[in-house]
Design a protein around this ligand. Structure first.
Ligand code: S3P
Length: 184
């Protein structure tokens, strides 16, 4: 429920880099006709530069502050019928996790460290993975973040072996059930 007591039907996608949040966000938007908000795109629009540049010139803490501000403003805007795709570290701050759950049905898209490595290795737009040993960074961050994704999520989907239509269909069925229970 939102502040006015009406039902909020948003779907929030969380999960590590490379697990398909943006792709599935677009698929859900297409299938449901929902609005789509991508928190990374929102951060870039506000800062008027790319995430790589924000990390390089301002650093990660500043990036996390921007990310938290975007998430806090989302709650303020009180969206409905919206898919919200978040950055992989959006769950790091407790206040973010709380807001994401308030915003709607939170879906954790999960994959193994090796799948994540394979899906991210050619991408140069993720500053955290631009290291000599991205496999080690992925393993370390996953260990730290897994309990936080778990704490925040209403639903977990293991994405390996599923195509975007199958993932979206699974989310829709579960979200439909969740929202119907909220109403009763
Ligand atoms: C980050 C994930 C990125 C982006 C930033 C930091 C992270 O988003 O927010 O590079 O800490 O996991 P994606 O998960 O969409 O790649």
């Amino acid at each position: 429920m939102n502040q006015t007591g009406t039902q909020v039907q948003n779907i929030i996608l969380i999960g590590f880099m490379g697990c398909g949040k943006s792709t599935i966000g677009r698929e859900l938007k297409r299938v449901l006709g929902f609005a789509l908000v991508d928190t990374d795109a929102e951060i870039e629009a506000r800062a008027d530069c790319k995430i790589t540049e924000i990390f390089a010139s301002l650093g990660e803490v500043e990036f996390r502050d921007l990310e938290a501000a975007v998430i806090a403003d989302l709650l303020e805007k009180n969206p409905s019928s919206t898919v919200i795709s978040t950055g992989g570290g959006a769950i790091l701050r407790e206040e973010n996790r709380e807001i994401l759950r308030k915003l709607g049905y939170v879906v954790w898209l999960r994959a193994s460290p090796e799948t994540i490595y394979q899906r991210t290795k050619k991408n140069r737009e993720r500053p955290i993975l631009q290291t000599d040993n991205p496999r080690a960074v992925i393993a370390e961050l996953l260990e730290k973040r897994t309990p936080l994704y778990r704490e925040c999520a209403h639903l977990v989907i293991d994405v390996a072996g599923l195509n975007r239509a199958e993932i979206a269909a699974g989310i829709l069925e579960s979200a439909h059930y969740y929202f119907s229970q909220q109403q009763s």
